[in-house]
Design a protein around this ligand. Structure first.
Ligand code: F6P
Length: 542
């Protein structure tokens, strides 16, 4: 059901969207035509239910919604995050030293690169063994303690780019469930372990709880004075880090104009820089900057993040598709979807427009897993569920190495990604099923009973996003492409993408409940449904 958000020019086209089963046959040139490339990535929209005129109308609509001015304000470092009265200038974090990026009228590239330089010196010291633990041992393991944007970005990047042998192994602890920390610490030698406490606010309860547990663990095994050599902090609140006991020279700062989910490019990426090396981190930033420049400068019609966003918006608003699926056919991108979920849903999961009026719609749930694993879990629903779910297939053209085993496995990955895209596009018709069942010797009654279960409707849209290979530069470009896609979608939906008030209420209530669980419900401002379980849980714990 087309949404009322659609302008007239698109509403008419939405009444009769193209049928992939037909156009992919009638118009073979479509595959080469409906492509846009940037920073080494190619986005292929041939299997989306759009054509040239629809994309043109969508592009014109984005322009009418003020995308060009919104993009200009973003890159000018204006206070686009109006409810928190600050800029959202994550692009400044990957801009070259001489870019002269300004935020709120002030040049920030100098400060950004001063922190990057300090991170580089520190990362090199740890990697080379110059930085040693309290007993003089070299550091072999780094544990990043953080959650949300202070975890998902570095965790994803390290997993994506880690080689077979790392100079320093990186571990990540996010959950307040103590078992995650305990499992990580079980395999570690305190004398060789460095903790990176990563929190923009340095107040997040999960992170501070785990940081204290980690400090206790260390101090039970080494003298208290060891904290200085085994803990560093990443935060915008360096005073809070100092109060925790981390010396000022071991605190790496960033700025309030860096949103948590856009922060991996800042000091939040320290554990990644230590694990992967400063050059890989520089390449990651360079790839993102290449995508930034493309997004900033390219006309909307040739703009990769813009076109990604436009088809996503079309799928939601014109075709009424309920969710967005993302499937990277790369095992090393196992953490890509969780990173992307925070990026997209914390940014655009809003029911209110910029002007405070109700948003008619906004971002659909985004989910997925790596291929081919997902094929053996949820692809059944993608192919034969009652509703289509659009899919972003992400592949790398080249294998991770030229080892023959990697080459052969990689060919299978590519074959599967293309096969799933084709199966979603074409499905399997009643006529094909009928002739297959006939060939198997089923009689007419058996065929009639069986056929409905064997038919795939097809005409289910997807995009194909191709990287030349999974390396730091192209991962950076991929991440920045999705960041800008999120921004463009916020403009189309008219929502504010850089705040996240929706996560605050639950945090505040959890504090009250935690107190009640410890001391009882008497006088606690709890609703009856909550108080019931607080008392039940207290009995269990007694
Ligand atoms: O979940 C809410 C949130 O504020 C995210 O936006 C952020 O990435 C995460 O918590 C962690 O916050 P911090 O880095 O301040 O610990």
């Amino acid at each position: 059901m087309p949404s009322p958000q659609l302008p007239e020019s698109l509403a008419q086209r939405a009444q009769n969207p193209i049928d992939l089963r037909r156009v992919l046959v009638d118009d073979p040139g479509r595959a080469a035509r409906l492509q846009v490339s940037a920073a080494g990535l190619t986005l292929d929209l041939a299997t989306q239910r759009v054509d040239g005129p629809v994309l043109q109308a969508l592009t014109a609509h984005a322009e009418q919604q003020g995308l060009i001015e919104a993009r200009r304000s973003l890159f000018a470092g204006a206070r686009v995050n109006v409810t928190e009265d600050r800029a959202a200038a994550h692009m400044a974090l990957r801009a070259p030293r001489d870019a002269g990026f300004t935020v709120d009228g002030a040049e920030v590239s100098g400060d950004v690169h001063a922190v990057l330089d300090a991170m580089t010196v520190f990362a090199e010291a740890v990697r080379s063994g110059t930085w040693r633990g309290h007993t003089g041992e070299v550091i072999t393991d780094v544990v990043n303690i953080g959650i949300g944007g202070s975890d998902l970005g570095p965790r994803m990047v390290v997993t994506a780019l880690a080689g077979q042998v790392a100079a320093v192994r990186a571990h990540f602890v996010a959950n307040v469930d103590a078992i995650e920390l305990r499992d990580v610490l079980a395999g570690l030698d305190p004398a060789r372990t460095l903790f990176v406490i990563t929190s923009k606010t340095f107040t997040t309860v999960e992170t501070m709880t785990n940081a204290r547990l980690a400090r206790d663990w260390l101090c039970q095994r080494l003298p208290d004075a060891a904290v200085g050599q085994h803990f560093v902090a990443v935060s915008t609140h360096l005073d809070a880090a100092a109060a925790f006991g981390i010396p000022g020279e071991q605190c790496f700062g960033f700025w309030d104009w860096v949103g948590g989910r856009y922060s991996v490019w800042s000091a939040v990426g320290l554990s990644a820089m230590i694990a992967l090396g400063p050059q890989a981190f520089a390449d990651l930033r360079a790839g993102a900057w290449a995508m930034d420049e493309h997004f900033r400068d390219a006309p909307l019609a040739d703009n990769l993040p813009v076109q990604m966003a436009l088809v996503a918006w079309w799928n939601r608003e014109a075709l009424g598709l309920p969710t967005q699926v993302v499937v990277p056919y790369l095992q090393r991108l196992i953490h890509f979807v969780p990173w992307l979920q925070q990026l997209e849903m914390e940014s655009n999961g809003k029911g209110v427009r910029r002007d405070g009026t109700a948003a008619l719609s906004s971002t659909p749930p985004l989910w997925g897993d790596v291929g081919t694993n997902g094929q053996h879990a949820f692809f059944q629903m993608l192919h034969q569920g009652p509703q289509a779910q659009p899919v972003d297939f992400i592949v790398a053209a080249a294998p991770v190495s030229d080892d023959p085993a990697d080459v052969a496995s990689h060919r299978l990955l590519l074959a599967n990604a293309l096969a799933q895209r084709s199966a979603l596009s074409f499905g399997k018709s009643a006529a094909t099923v009928e002739s297959e069942l006939t060939a198997q010797g089923l009689d007419a009654a058996q065929r009639a009973a069986m056929a409905p279960h064997r038919i795939f409707p097809g005409n289910r849209p997807s995009s194909l996003l191709v990287m030349p290979r999974l390396d730091a530069f192209h991962l950076g470009a991929l991440m920045a492409a999705y960041e800008h896609r999120t921004f463009v979608l916020s403009v189309l939906w008219g929502v504010l993408p850089f705040d996240q008030w929706g996560v605050e209420l639950g945090k505040a209530i959890a504090k009250t409940i935690d107190r009640a669980l410890a001391t009882g419900t008497d006088g606690a401002p709890l609703d009856a449904a909550t108080a019931y379980w607080v008392e039940r849980f207290r009995q269990t714990q007694a």
